[in-house]
Design a binder for this molecule. Sequence first.
Ligand SMILES: NC(=O)c1ccc[n+]([C@@H]2O[C@H](COP(=O)([O-])OP(=O)(O)OC[C@H]3O[C@@H](n4cnc5c(N)ncnc54)[C@H](O)[C@@H]3O)[C@@H](O)[C@H]2O)c1
Length: 447
Amino acid sequence: MHRCALFLTKRVWQLRPFEPFQSPNFSLYSISSFSLAILSTSPSPFLSSFLHSLSPSSSMAPGIEPLQRSTNGGSVKPDSHLSDDGVSHKSKVTVIGSGNWGSVAAKLIASNAARLTSFHDEVRMWVYEETLPTGEKLTDVINLNNENVKYLPGIKLGKNVIADPDLENAVKHANMLVFVTPHQFVEGICKRLVGKIRGDVEAISLIKGMEVKKEGPCMISSLISQELGINCCVLMGANIANEIAVEKFSEATVGYRENMREVAEKWVQLFSTPYFVLTPVQDVEGVEMCGTLKNVVALAAGFVDGLEMGNNTKAAIMRIGLREMRMISKLLFSSVKDSTFFESCGVADLITTCLGGRNRKVAAAFAMNGGKRSFDELEAEMLQGQKLQGVSTAKEMYEVLNHRGWLELFPLFASVHEICIGHLSPSAIVEYSERKPNFSVIDGHAQ
Ligand SMILES: NC(=O)c1ccc[n+]([C@@H]2O[C@H](COP(=O)([O-])OP(=O)(O)OC[C@H]3O[C@@H](n4cnc5c(N)ncnc54)[C@H](O)[C@@H]3O)[C@@H](O)[C@H]2O)c1
């Protein structure tokens, strides 16, 4: 039995991937700002002739433009994207950063930019220039081989990715900026970009970490917004870059501010693939705090692994860590939602990072060496230029807790930092139970 339904829906092309509206038998026709969507559960002669009667080769009503089907809710190339005055309104994307995750982000974006009409094909990727052991410049090698041989070897980025060592040149035409560098470099990068970017720029941060200022903690998305005067969404999730690079299924969360849902949908469209599924959530701080703090918990999980304490202990550490993550997030930002901790950026990212991430791995080595070899030394030896975020985040979080008189409330976070700097031994990760947090100090706010 054939079924056919008509939906008049404004901006229906912005639906998220995997909405029930998307199926092999689903077509979209836009009528100015309204769209007419025809849904059929199976091929139908009636539907075919109806669609044919609407096709451009038949007598299509003025203003009705067929959109080709796309797997992630956007119309696909080669449609033109010119306004009445002939000006292109395609979005132009620059990725700022080219490490492990930066390169995977560029690959995801490039596949969609090449396919979807609303984006320029070319994706710029700013590369912090390095000379390789061969004497070649990393940028030249990326542009020649279409591969970031240092940070993502063996993976083709897409021919439309152009590596650019000149930051100002890389951003000058872009209206969508993707920030994905280690967090310690962001402030310097933003200062260099002041006055150098377009007026209509939207940004998204994939960066995990925070800056601690005199006034208190400053999340990276806020830093970008403040320095450049632009809106900044965030993308966080259970996303170990190397797994996404080989197209293993995973999910992520896009955090956006009030009234910015449409912008978030555009980011979702830019990153979505059948193997990378994104959910927008109106909670920038919640999403970003999850992404940032899980690295501290991952260090604790690494100590447990290095000391071979077993799975029960590791699960306990993850549970306590999640509780501290939620509590500090809600204490610092009252708008943070509990539901965010159940998204990919929350519990899923915590699990993957505690099982397989670089923070866990280096922390395990630190514990195996009885804390005798420093994190700096192990990072240099084990990560080949990649950066650890957890150690600096643990320090920054410690400063915040100390400043606010909350150290006693967060024994896991406090212990991780004290272990990292050698004031406690790695085994102290399970010895803080006597320091039971006194929640009465915070009037039950975040418990
Ligand atoms: N790798 C992952 O699996 C992953 C997943 C999710 C999020 N992240 C987050 O993404 C962000 C970027 O991580 P990554 O994995 O892409 O980087 P990375 O750690 O793999 O590489 C370090 C990058 O920093 C660059 N760099 C070194 N010195 C610099 C300087 N002075 N100024 C600017 N850049 C400099 C290097 O060229 C390199 O591109 C981090 O916040 C990280 O937490 C990483």
